[in-house]
Design a protein around this ligand. Structure first.
Ligand code: AP5
Ligand code: MG
Length: 190
């Protein structure tokens, strides 16, 4: 499978659909949020830096994030395609990803954009807070994450549009329908 960038607001389902895509197409998965939460759990220096940003709903600085992404990408098995979940989130990150992949002779592939209304997003994240207790899943931090998404990340959709990579899927109330539409599109790429 080609590389896939899965893009959307907090709670839009990037992680959930990534798991389904990975299972169907047997590809690699990089969730930058999961990488950072892993570092925090292990108490590394990077984790200590990341915690301050994550708990406050802010983005980790681009230079740091770009290094982490390149190192993680190089540790993945080659040739299967990777799904990037939560990266890129800014235009400098997108430019760096494009360059990093080009240096390795790889292609960015396609971008899948998930559009979900904000009330649904908030409900999902508050439900997840009860089940998983993620430090940034509280109403105050979720609102900050939504604002960061709108101001810093959402404008990137236009960048992908210009690259001819943007494929948008809008939530219509059914996870099965969402998945069916995403798979129908990805099946055409194999
Ligand atoms: P990250 O971990 O990427 O969090 P996020 O973008 O806020 O997104 P979430 O993981 O909360 O949501 P999701 O879209 O994966 O949805 P999910 O599938 O879980 O980033 C966290 C932080 O790390 C950032 O704030 C930042 O500080 C830092 N960071 C990470 N990457 C960075 C980068 N590149 N640059 C700088 N900083 C970075 O679904 C949500 C919930 O909804 C789940 O519980 C799911 O089960 C449920 N759900 C219910 N119904 C559905 C449905 N129909 N479809 C999908 N999910 C559903
Ligand atoms: Mg996620």
């Amino acid at each position: 499978m080609k590389n896939i960038i899965i893009f959307g607001a907090p709670g839009s389902g990037k992680g959930t659909y990534s798991d389904e895509i990975v299972a169907r197409y047997n590809m690699g998965h990089i969730s930058t949020g999961d990488v950072l939460r892993g570092e925090i759990k292990q108490g590394t220096q990077l984790g200590k830096i990341a915690k301050g940003y994550i708990d406050n709903g802010q983005l980790i600085p681009d230079e740091l994030m770009i290094d982490i992404l390149a190192n993680t990408y190089d540790s993945m098995p080659e040739g299967k395609g990777v799904i990037f979940d939560g990266f890129p989130r800014t235009i400098p990150q997108a430019e760096a990803l494009k360059q990093m992949l080009a240096q390795r002779g790889h292609d960015m592939g396609v971008m899948i954009e998930l559009i979900v209304d904000e009330d649904t997003l908030m409900t999902r994240l508050l439900n997840r807070a009860k089940e998983q207790g993620r430090a940034d899943d509280n109403e105050e931090t979720i609102k900050k994450r939504f604002a960061v998404y709108h101001n810093q990340t959402a404008p990137l959709a236009e960048w992908f549009q210009t690259e001819g990579m943007r494929h948008t899927f809008t939530w219509e109330g059914s996870k099965e329908l969402m998945l069916e539409n995403i798979f129908k599109f990805l099946d055409t790429l194999k």
